[in-house]
Design a protein around this ligand. Structure first.
Ligand code: SF4
Length: 229
């Protein structure tokens, strides 16, 4: 078995597990994912995979956050994105509108994206948990675990050139580490073969504007990866 084929089989198995964890019992009719893996999927194929996962999430009651949410905040942006931002969880504005990163922190994230000479609609934005934790507390481990199938399915379907984890909760959830931000920032890490950069959450920047220069330095690493350097 060639290395490439064995990687493909591994990747497909991981995605199938994620789908199962998200409550998806079978692949949508006509999906070629089992045969082709995810790397070379067309937009239409990606949409075909994500649509039932999103539909499942929108009615999800797998953790206690379903009791207090107004909306399930699944994602914003393009399934063809080269760059995916992963945040912690929806806040009050996001819960109200059903869209991630639309409050003050969201406006700052949009500014960061635009400063990178990208458009918000060109990237993909999602969170570790899709429902708002009460009082904006960090999501708890059981909530992160219950929701992880959706996030994994999103990332494996899109397979971007680079993932940017916004804040420690997102970094810890993806990397399964308790390491502090100081040990995670400023370097290229990896999630299932995809380069992963950790930076501060925009909400942290609103409280600590001095850290903006650190985020900008992290975005330079993201831009280098996007440029293939
Ligand atoms: S946070 Fe995730 S696992 Fe929990 S109810 Fe919402 S969608 Fe389901």
């Amino acid at each position: 078995m060639s290395q490439e084929f064995s990687d493909l089989v591994k990747e497909t198995k991981t995605l199938l597990k994620s789908l199962q964890a998200s409550g998806i019992k079978e692949l949508p009719a006509g999906s070629s994912i089992a045969e082709s893996g995810t790397s070379s999927l067309s937009l239409a194929e990606k949409e075909k995979i994500i649509a039932p996962i999103r539909a499942e999430a929108l009615k999800c009651v797998k953790c206690k956050l379903c009791k207090t949410r107004k909306s399930v905040v699944f994602s914003d942006g393009s399934l063809e994105a080269d760059l995916v931002f992963v945040g912690e969880g929806p806040g009050r504005d996001e819960d109200k509108q059903g869209v991630p990163f639309v409050g003050r922190a969201g406006e700052l994230l949009t500014k960061i994206i635009e400063a990178m000479k990208l458009k918000r609609e060109e990237v993909y934005i999602c969170n570790v948990v899709k429902c708002r934790p009460p009082e904006n507390r960090p999501p708890e481990p059981d909530e992160i675990a219950a929701c992880s199938g959706y996030l994994q399915a999103q990332l494996l379907t899109i397979r971007p050139k680079v993932i940017c984890a916004l804040g420690r909760t997102a970094a810890s959830a993806l990397l399964e580490t308790e390491a502090p931000m100081s040990a995670l920032r400023g370097k290229t890490l990896e999630w299932k073969g995809i380069p992963l950069i950790v930076t501060y959450h925009p909400a942290y920047l609103l409280r600590n504007p001095a850290a903006k220069k650190d985020v900008w330095a992290d975005m330079q690493i993201v831009l280098r990866i996007l440029a293939g350097k």
